[in-house]
Design a protein around this ligand. Structure first.
Ligand code: IFM
Length: 475
């Protein structure tokens, strides 16, 4: 009756296991498997700054943040972390943290200012220098092609609502493969298509700022067709490495046993966790998704949805929290609301710290979709860090707690047979958190935005020890 209830469900006594600090002695003794990849992640628009430099074309995010009332205090990312100019010292810092891999995204409009056609050599050169330097330092580049910054010129043609975008995205992907396919070992097509659509087309809180029930499933469909088409182009080009997809997942647990809350939890799980993965692994949409969208659901031809099913080399999972879910008829179309249990540790984003959910998510993916190699491509937390270093230090004990708990959960999942191959902290450094501006800090490295001074936080030192000991430092 409730097929996905098992991994997310409460224990028989109705309570959820919450063990962020407990640790079984057997697991404590173990390190991560040899070759486990330790990295950190960022995205272009959140750190680079200089969005129009050297012939770059504006993105939908550049437009969005410069429209009134869209972001916290009207903040924008024209400077952000100034990484476009400070990338060399940032790579030095990555080395100081002991990172083995760095996940970043390409700003599509830096490379193709109109989104298609003419290639901007200066934009491509920025990424060439970065990739070469990472490789010189033995830091594996992990490149995401789309982390939400669609070229504005393509949005003018309908953006993700225009079916031609499948070709535009594939053309862009091919430019990138030809430039770096020989030396970038990990490619991801899209980051979190769920957020791109839910925030950008359904609720309008992210760029391009549309709130339209009818547009959302169409944008989602075109994103996923674009993903699959880029994977096919990668295979056709004979590139020798790996290509995958990055999704955000979270367990949906019912807030009570009422039929309303159970039904809301089932809807939320379908909408959040299955919507984008079922087409990739099964070539069809999940049961129940059409009912959630109701009148907004287009009659997709089965053959069109089947085109999304293209074998990926790895799945990237971004995990931050779980959602204790209750029914809320005022929030269409899913009609769910998130509850935070009393006593929980809560991030400044309002998210509950819930490490056990990470293990649950990993096991659920294995059980539902089989044994694709998995990476945690983002994980971390935003907390109230000190505004400035005190005696040269930034103490962030809650972020240390977060990484300790979540990494132990990863180790538990591996012990349960999950093929988890690496972990990327979000984020390498504090950065521009989209419509929340600079009000949320996620970094292992603190950024003073007035001076652009970087300081490795206590969590960065902790993570460096975890990497150095391949997990033993977790205890
Ligand atoms: O900052 C974002 C990132 O861009 C995508 N994943 C979630 C992060 C924290 O909200």
């Amino acid at each position: 009756m409730f097929p996905h209830r098992l991994p997310w469900s409460p224990n028989s006594d109705g309570h959820h296991e919450y063990l962020p600090l407990e640790w079984s002695p057997m697991a404590a003794a173990s390190r991560f498997p040899d070759g486990f990849l330790w990295g950190a992640a960022t995205s272009a628009y959140q750190i680079e700054g200089s969005p129009l430099a050297d012939g770059s074309g504006a993105s939908i995010w550049h437009r969005f943040v410069h429209s009134p009332g869209r972001t916290f205090q009207g903040q924008h990312a024209d400077l952000a972390c100034d990484h476009y100019r400070r990338w060399e010292s940032d790579v030095d810092l990555m080395q100081a943290l002991g990172l083995q891999a760095y996940r970043f995204s390409i700003a599509w409009g830096r490379v193709l200012p109109e989104g298609r056609g003419r290639v901007n050599g200066k934009g491509l050169d920025f990424y060439k220098r970065l990739i070469d330097r990472l490789l010189e330092r033995s830091i594996t580049p992990n490149v995401t092609l789309y982390h939400w910054d669609l070229p504005a010129a393509l949005d003018d043609r309908g953006g993700w609502l225009n079916p031609d975008i499948e070709h535009w995205f594939t053309e862009y992907a091919q430019v990138m493969f030809h430039a770096f396919g020989d030396r970038v070992p990990m490619w991801a097509t899209l980051n979190e298509p769920w957020v791109a659509v839910d925030g950008g087309y359904l609720h309008g809180v992210n760029a391009p700022g549309h709130a339209n029930l009818f547009e959302a499933p169409i944008a989602a469909h075109h994103l996923m067709l674009s993903h699959a088409s880029a994977v096919r182009a990668y295979r056709a080009g004979g590139w020798p490495h790996q290509i995958g997809l990055v999704v955000n997942l979270e367990p949906k647990d019912p807030a009570s046993d009422s039929p309303e809350d159970l039904a809301a939890t089932a809807r939320a799980h379908t909408y959040f966790n299955e919507q984008y993965l079922d087409p990739v692994f099964f070539g069809r949409h999940p049961e129940g998704l059409a009912r959630i969208y109701g009148a907004g659901w287009p009659d997709f031809a089965a053959s069109e949805v089947a085109r999304i099913q293209e074998k990926i080399d790895f799945l990237g999972i971004n995990y931050y929290t779980r959602a204790l879910t209750k029914d809320d008829p005022t929030r269409p179309p899913v009609r769910d609301a998130r509850v935070v249990p009393e006593g929980a540790t809560v991030m400044t984003t309002g998210w509950e710290l819930y490490p056990k959910g990470l293990e649950e998510v990993l096991v659920w993916v294995k059980e539902r979709y089989g044994d694709t190699p998995l990476y945690i491509t983002e994980n971390g937390g935003a907390y109230e860090d000190p505004e400035a270093p005190v005696d040269g230090r930034i103490d962030d004990p809650l972020r240390v707690l977060t990484y300790r708990g979540n990494l132990r959960a990863c180790r538990d999942a591996i012990a349960r047979g999950v093929d988890l191959r690496g972990f990327f902290a979000w984020s390498f450094m504090d950065n521009f958190e989209w419509s929340s501006g600079f009000s949320k800090r996620f970094g292992l490295v603190h950024v003073d935005y007035a001076t652009q001074q970087r300081t490795i936080k206590a969590s960065g030192e902790f993570y460096r020890d975890v990497i150095r000991t391949n997990g033993e430092a977790l205890g």
